[in-house]
Ligand binder design. Structure first.
Ligand SMILES: Cc1cc2nc3c(=O)[nH]c(=O)nc-3n(C[C@H](O)[C@H](O)[C@H](O)COP(=O)(O)OP(=O)(O)OC[C@H]3O[C@@H](n4cnc5c(N)ncnc54)[C@H](O)[C@@H]3O)c2cc1C
Length: 581
């Protein structure tokens, strides 16, 4: 049976030693969040995840959700776990204090989100979507809507959903058909939404749907879409005309109910401005994209933890002379191919965690920095890194969970060991909140060219400053040139991406996103090594050795990616569709 130990030591290293929380101390709204307060939050979250949520992960997957007469029943134990989650104040963690939230820095929230997703991805959907809904309402709701709905979402009595997808419309939201007709008090919403996470369940007293719909006279396409709040129960306690018609039978993430929601003249209220629904929904989607990236990271981590324990225990074959033990067979961790797989997981995971913290700190700066210029720069950095973290972390999450199965050999394919669940669960993270292909297009077509490279500058400046700072440092003599070479390849690829014909750019967008992500991970690895180089613990020595592996081994993928970007586009764009046969 698998186990889970939240990586609190590594989180503290990245947060306190590498990036530092000095910004919190300088900022009135965050000044309470000293390491003395942050560390117990992480420890308590770890306890909840290890002892309450993780034990329900396998049973939640086996049992799944059921639907009867419009009511969804979540797996055994989820209700009690959700109550403990709310009693502990976890839903309120990142929300604003004026609505009962705790105003915890987004950086700390992100670390907790990683743990919750690792421990039980199915469970994480219920509070996860709610938090994203609270963020959208905080940003775009009227004062009356905020007063009526936010406090109960913030304390977890009610949960929120995000209703975009319809049968004919997934990526392309301009095809939305759900209708909103103005009535005396608000709007009547009619239509069918599919694939709605936590659309119906038995964990909370009310479910607040945030629904994209269009008015009868709205312009066609994206410009005609508005956002509405549609509660399951109306303020007077009566039932609104929204029902769950079906739940999906899925590959993974079975503890989360994925619902078809039918709205039949349901009472709703406008969120934000008419016809500006996409802008309001983007507040929720961008928040959710960062969270989905953290899901990929969490699943990679739990897969690695269990693969490592297995590789130390499983005896097969003889290792190279010098690595052999006393028995007739050695632990498989001593076989260099197994060691390569474990190191690959470790290097991806610790790199992703550091990159996640860098981005989350920018979220806190965006919300709280004293000067408008600092807030704008942080906003630019977050906008640039959102598609990268969503797609890169979930692609690498999937790669890591596959490696976890591989390290277990045939036993990884057998349900009993739990490793195959991580593969199945992780697969959805590459698809929802905008597929990873769509993230790559967002990066290439919007974020990179935006403001003539203004967003890019927020990445390049710290990267180039660190390269300069390390140029004469002994420990970096071997690894810095490897990074510099990848960075130069990325610069060349970026020039191509901003100047090549549209078709060639689009055809290599995913390669470019991965190259960008690998270089960003290389940078945070150097930052971690800079700190670890002067640390005296085995933990720090492990950082140096893992960073070396990342920079000398994994980052060499930049060579192939940059060639694919510079010359590979036409091989896709010029391929005649008819030749598929
Ligand atoms: C378990 C689960 C939970 C979900 N939860 C929610 C939820 O809570 N709320 C909600 O609203 N939705 C939810 N979704 C829906 C999810 O966000 C969509 O499935 C996803 O956005 C993709 O849409 P689609 O499935 O229609 O695929 P399509 O849009 O049909 O895409 C199919 C393929 O074509 C590619 N593609 C499409 N358009 C383009 C383009 N312009 N350029 C390049 N490639 C393109 C895609 O990348 C993909 O590979 C959920 C889905 C699942 C499976």
């Amino acid at each position: 049976m698998p186990s889970y130990k939240a990586p609190v030591r590594d989180m503290r290293f990245v947060l306190h030693e590498v990036f530092g929380t000095g910004f919190f101390a300088e900022t009135e709204a965050l000044s309470d969040f000293t390491p003395d307060l942050i560390d117990p939050i992480l420890t308590e979250a770890a306890k909840l995840c290890e002892t309450v949520l993780f034990p329900l992960n396998r049973s939640g997957d086996e049992e799944g959700c059921t639907l009867a007469r419009g009511q969804v029943t979540t797996p055994t134990g989820f209700k009690e776990a959700y109550k403990l989650y709310c009693d502990g104040g976890w839903p309120a963690m990142g929300c604003k204090p004026e609505f009962g939230g705790q105003g915890v820095p987004k950086t700390v929230v992100a670390l907790v989100e990683e743990m919750v997703a690792a421990a039980n991805l199915g469970f994480s959907a219920y509070p996860g979507l709610s938090y994203a809904g609270a963020v959208a309402l905080e940003a775009h709701g009227s004062d009356a809507l905020k007063a009526a709905y936010l406090p109960a979402i913030v304390d977890g009595r009610w949960t929120a959903t995000m209703c975009l997808t319809e049968p004919q419309c997934g990526t392309d939201l301009s095809l939305i058909r759900t209708r909103a007709v103005p009535v005396a008090d608000g709007y009547h919403i009619t239509g069918t939404k599919i694939f709605i996470s936590a659309g119906e369940h038995d964990l909370a007293e009310n479910i607040i749907h945030l629904v994209l719909a269009r008015l009868p006279d709205a312009l066609p396409g994206i410009k005609g879409i508005s956002l509405f709040l549609v509660p399951k129960f109306l303020p007077d306690g009566s039932r609104n005309a929204v029902e769950c018609g079906a739940i999906e039978h899925k590959m993974g993430m079975k503890g989360s109910a994925t619902c078809t929601m039918n709205f039949d003249n349901a009472q709703g209220w406008l969120v934000g401005q008419l016809h500006k629904g996409m802008a309001a929904m983007f507040a929720m989607m961008n928040k959710a994209r960062l969270s989905v990236g953290l899901q990929g990271l969490g699943l990679a981590d739990i897969s690695h933890q269990n693969a490592l324990a297995y590789a130390r225990d499983r005896l097969q074959g003889r290792a190279l002379p010098g690595l052999q033990g006393d028995g007739s067979a050695d632990p498989i961790i001593r076989h260099l191919d197994v060691k390569r797989m474990l190191l690959t997981q470790k290097a991806w995971i610790e790199g992703m965690r550091a990159l996640a913290v860098w981005i989350a700190l920018a979220l806190d700066r965006r919300d709280h920095a004293a000067s408008a210029a600092d807030r704008a720069a942080a906003e630019d950095f977050v906008a640039l890194m959102t598609p990268i973290s969503k797609a890169l972390f979930t692609d690498l999450g999937s790669e890591c969970t596959h490696l976890g199965v591989q390290i277990f050999g045939g036993h990884g394919y057998i349900r009993e060991h739990g490793m195959e669940q991580y593969v199945r669960d992780c697969r959805i993270t590459q698809l929802y909140e905008g597929t990873n292909g769509v993230q790559a297009l967002d990066l290439v077509l919007r974020k990179v060219p935006e403001g003539d490279g203004r967003l890019l500058a927020t990445f390049c400046q710290p990267v180039e400053a660190l390269m300069a700072a390390l140029s004469a440092v002994d420990w970096a003599a071997e690894t810095l040139p490897a990074f510099r070479s990848a960075y130069e390849q990325w610069q060349q690829a970026t020039r191509f991406i901003t100047s090549a014909p549209m078709a060639d750019r689009m055809a290599v967008a995913s390669d470019y996103l991965r190259l960008f992500g690998l270089v960003a991970l290389g940078h945070v690895w150097l930052r971690m090594m800079q700190v670890a180089a002067v640390g005296g613990e085995d933990f720090h020595r492990a950082k140096m050795a893992t960073g070396r592996f990342y920079l000398l081994r994994l980052l060499t993928q930049a060579d192939g990616l940059s060639r694919a970007i510079l010359t590979g586009g036409p091989a896709v764009s010029q391929f005649d569709e008819a030749l598929f046969g």
